[in-house]
Design a protein around this ligand. Structure first.
Ligand SMILES: CC(C)(COP(=O)(O)OP(=O)(O)OC[C@H]1O[C@@H](n2cnc3c(N)ncnc32)[C@H](O)[C@@H]1OP(=O)(O)O)[C@@H](O)C(=O)NCCC(=O)NCCS
Length: 174
């Protein structure tokens, strides 16, 4: 399933995916899938994104620096499942896991998207990430150096979004 998504041409259009066999992928997942998060967590974990109990994609969280509370995310949704809000929902669901003090306890979460990967950029913007600049020639993708938009969201921005959402969901006073 995951091997299928990775080999879809649109998956490698915007991401520097290393060639992997099914066995490579199996051992990668065995080592890194769904690791328990706590404030000491370092390294990378990933999840299978499910919709209606079906696997539709993957999302990962990497702690880039424990000292600085800095993390990064990456994600992909299988071609036939796109356009249903699954990436947006998955990124939104990951934010509390990244920022909560009893989870990964990060302060800053980064993501990059190829400048012309407009769908992915809008996913990040919908989830509250802010554009911080363009990293020129950032990744080598299919033999070409590709500029990437750099995004980040801070814990305080996520907290603000949550309190606004809570306020809006409270019943209006009579
Ligand atoms: C980028 C990618 C992850 C987006 O996945 P997705 O699940 O289709 O994303 P979403 O469904 O959340 O958003 C896509 C569109 O669906 C729309 N949509 C449909 N139903 C929706 C819903 N219920 N909720 C939110 N958005 C919805 C969104 O508005 C969005 O439209 P837009 O492009 O006009 O903004 C996917 O295209 C992909 O895997 N691409 C290849 C790999 C890749 O680029 N990975 C990211 C590297 S940075």
């Amino acid at each position: 399933m995951m091997l299928g998504w990775r080999t879809e041409p649109s998956a490698s259009r915007f991401q520097p995916l290393l060639p992997m066999t099914a066995a490579d992928l199996r051992s990668l997942l065995a080592e890194t899938a769904d690791l328990p998060l706590d404030p000491q967590f370092a390294g990378r974990t990933r999840w299978i994104v499910e919709a209606n109990r079906q696997p539709v994609g993957t999302i990962s969280l990497t702690v880039e620096s424990r000292e600085h509370g800095l993390g990064a995310i990456g994600y992909g949704i299988g071609e036939r499942h796109r356009g249903n809000g699954y990436a947006t929902d998955a990124v939104r669901a990951l934010l509390p896991l990244a920022f909560s003090p009893d989870s990964a306890d990060l302060w800053r979460l980064e993501a990059v998207a190829a400048t012309d990967n407009e769908t992915s950029r809008r996913v990040l913007e919908r989830c509250g990430f802010q554009l911080e600049g363009i990293a020129r020639s950032y990744f080598l993708i299919r033999g070409r150096r590709v500029d990437h938009a750099r995004y980040a969201i801070l814990r305080e921005e996520w907290e603000q979004t949550r309190s606004t959402e809570r306020r809006h969901s409270e019943p209006a006073p009579l």
